[in-house]
Design a protein around this ligand. Structure first.
Ligand code: DX5
Ligand code: ZN
Length: 217
């Protein structure tokens, strides 16, 4: 499977979101990544349902929603109703992860689980048969524009081996500090989905940057 690119709207112009969503529509991006932060799980607050509703009306790509919130079970149905297609919860925020993932599927969405940089991939062993995607956080969640943590390559390689050995149908997504320089090595390490915020939206030509992230040679 060719890899996917999911630009992160967190780095877009919040004074003119429509313009940036239309740019993503026109581009070769596969998904649109939306970061939901509650000021508790992470020190930052991003945006909520009214903003997602407006984005949904304009966006033509599937919404890849990344919840950095405590107790996400409270809101799964609302994210579905608001237009999420892929819903990813943080491993560290879920006491009953299997139940959460099952509920996401019952609501008709794809289910992802995200790992903070300090959380080992070995903890996923018993949930891999039940998820569609693992999101490896390659920075500490909460802010865009941070530097990629190099140790992430080892985590990705380790996870790729576990997924292949078990024959699981699970995608690996990476998020944080991804750009046209490290993308090729990430794909070689076994990544399926690249999230990119600042490297896309702060570039001179975001459409061309997305094209480069898609066509890496
Ligand atoms: C970080 C978010 C990321 C962020 C990535 O907590 O989960 O999706 O927007 O931004 P960049 O690509 O700028 O590191
Ligand atoms: Zn994210």
């Amino acid at each position: 499977m060719d890899h996917l690119v999911s630009p992160s709207l967190l780095a877009a112009d919040f004074g003119n979101l429509e313009k940036d969503v239309l740019m993503v529509n026109k581009s070769q991006a596969d998904w649109l990544h939306l970061d939901i932060m509650d000021g508790l799980f992470v020190p930052n607050i991003s945006f909520g349902f009214p903003v997602i509703e407006c984005v949904r009306k304009v966006a033509e790509k599937p919404l890849d929603v990344h919840l950095m919130i405590v107790d996400p079970d409270r809101y799964l149905a609302r994210f579905r109703d608001t237009g999420a297609n892929i819903l990813t919860v943080q491993y560290e925020a879920c006491t009953h992860l299997h139940r959460t993932v099952t509920e996401i599927h019952n609501l008709g969405m794809k289910a992802g689980v995200a790992l903070n940089p300090h959380t080992p991939v070995s903890l996923l062993k018993n949930i891999l048969p039940f998820v569609d995607m693992v999101l490896i956080m390659t920075v500490n969640p909460g802010l865009g524009g941070q530097s990629f943590i190099m140790e992430s390559y080892n985590k990705i390689t380790e996870l790729r081996k576990i997924i292949d050995a078990g024959g699981y149908n699970v995608m690996i997504e990476v998020d944080g500090g991804i750009d046209t320089k490290n993308a090729a090595k990430l794909i070689e390490s076994g990544v399926n989905v690249l999230v990119a915020g600042n490297s896309v939206f702060s570039s001179d030509d975001p459409i061309e940057t997305i094209r480069k992230l898609k066509r890496l040679n």
